[in-house]
Ligand binder design. Sequence first.
Ligand SMILES: [Zn+2]
Length: 78
Amino acid sequence: MKEPSTKSLCPICGGKKTAGKTTYSVDLGFGIVVVRNVPATVCSQCGEEWIGAETARELERLVDEARQKRHQVEVLSL
Ligand SMILES: [Zn+2]
């Protein structure tokens, strides 16, 4: 995952980046974890998303917790 930078333009399409929310999901094999309301920088043109290092760490922690529960589908929110 890349660091967000709201100052620069989208490296893919050159569109404007805006602060927004995204939904993060990961497949753990036995099930999936979905995290909603994840703060992200989103390209207003192509929809590419960037998540900050701190947010990524928080997601990692949530995914670790979810992994231990071994639910088929775990839907969380940041
Ligand atoms: Zn873009």
